[in-house]
Design a protein around this ligand. Sequence first.
Ligand code: ADP
Ligand code: ADP
Ligand code: ZN
Length: 216
Amino acid sequence: MRLLLVGPPGAGKGTQAAMICTKLGIPHISTGAMFREAMAKGTKQGQKAKEYIEAGQLVPDDVTVEIVKERLMESDCSQGFLLDGFPRTVAQAQVLDGILEELGIKLDKVISIELPEEKILERLTGRRVCTKCGATYHTQYNPPLQEGKCNECQSDLIQRSDDTEATVKRRLVVYREETAPVITFYDKKELVCHIDGDKPISQVLNSVGQCIGRDL
Ligand code: ADP
Ligand code: ADP
Ligand code: ZN
């Protein structure tokens, strides 16, 4: 199955993606996670991405498209994939169309997780992520079993450097202006399931399952 997951920051994309991908056995491709990995390694791409990410801006399309293209060419994507947080601009969506056409494949569904703006700030300021495996928690809505430690690998949990109030506000403006039109782009192709993300995690997962016709 070939899926896209879109939605504002904090909507629950990463949380849902991890569960969907485990269940379906497809790779979870998160451009944000790939950038954070590159940043941690200090690669050239990572250094470039860091400036933009910490300013709440999008990483330029050319850098982003390059890493996605390389990733989709890897053999584990041949039976399906879930792209999380890409495309984030209409230009990226158009490039993706070209890549898929070249590979002779089509998207099955675009899952749009929706969340009112006033809920976004508390989602992001309470978010904690595992330094090692990237698992995501929330201090209030999805706390780890042991405070500050990952359930999966027991590593330390941290707050992302871009999850500050000032940066979140900028990310929201960017979302409205640059990413929301991506949903319209796929609506025209009749590929989108609009899902209410303002529900408990398990309920959102059920709605995703209904969208793709699978029991998750
Ligand atoms: P969130 O989970 O809060 O939506 P992500 O982890 O997906 O955030 O992305 C973190 C940051 O990485 C974004 O704010 C942006 O700066 C950058 N980024 C991620 N994906 C893209 C993309 N497709 N295009 C441009 N920048 C991106
Ligand atoms: P995104 O990848 O869209 O930015 P995340 O999956 O990282 O979003 O979720 C943002 C924060 O909200 C995390 O702290 C996560 O634990 C929490 N969260 C995710 N889904 C829900 C939900 N349905 N209800 C409450 N909190 C949630
Ligand atoms: Zn972990």
